[in-house]
Design a protein around this ligand. Structure first.
Ligand code: SF4
Ligand code: SF4
Length: 178
């Protein structure tokens, strides 16, 4: 049974480093008037409090290994303003999925666990309706596609013969700037 979840909007999850993939950034800048460098930050592994190894998303940059995430201001995501998400309808899919985790991501199973490592204050209640569950599974499949696409981009970016590994070159490579 997948429980229905009620978010209490405590903002705890927005005070972590929200990881993003290229598809999230394309989606945000298509709908919100921002430049990629205003919302994207390439984090060092030391920036993460917990052991964290998104192996497929490690970027070989000129100043070391980096991972792409949403920029933070005052220890919160840049879009967390006035106690809410300013881009809620266009938020990254990882945010939209939170705190659900698929029981088996490799199978087309309509079952999710509610799981958060950040002291989530939300409540679980009752079983999720079948209609909601199907919508959620679709969202998860879109999320997976974005991740696979990005994993492929990261492999191409990390090719050994690449000379310019600056942040600007990376944004150009992703097609975020000209
Ligand atoms: S994009 Fe919105 S939901 Fe996601 S971390 Fe930022 S403020 Fe929170
Ligand atoms: S930590 Fe849980 S309750 Fe708090 S904003 Fe995030 S999802 Fe909602």
């Amino acid at each position: 049974m997948t429980p229905e979840f009620e978010c209490k909007n405590c903002g705890t999850c927005c005070s972590q480093i929200p990881l993003i993939v290229a598809g999230d950034v394309y989606h945000i800048i298509r709908h919100v008037k921002v430049r990629p460098e205003e919302i994207v930050h390439l984090y060092e592994m030391d920036d993460f409090e917990e052991d964290f190894a998104p192996d497929d998303q490690l970027l070989q940059m000129e100043n070391g290994v980096r991972v792409m995430g949403m920029k933070r201001v005052d220890d919160r995501c840049v879009f967390r303003t006035n106690g809410r998400c300013a881009i809620y309808a266009h938020r990254p899919l990882m945010c939209a999925m939170h705190p659900y985790m698929p029981r088996d991501p490799n199978e087309d199973v309509l079952e999710f666990n509610v799981q958060c490592h950040h002291g989530c204050k939300g409540l679980t209640k009752g079983p999720m309706s079948l209609e909601h569950l199907k919508r959620f599974r679709l969202a998860f499949d879109r999320f997976s596609e974005r991740e696979w696409d990005y994993d492929d981009m990261v492999k191409r970016w990390n090719r050994k013969d690449r000379k310019d590994r600056s942040e600007r070159a990376f944004f150009k490579f992703l097609g975020l700037i000209e």
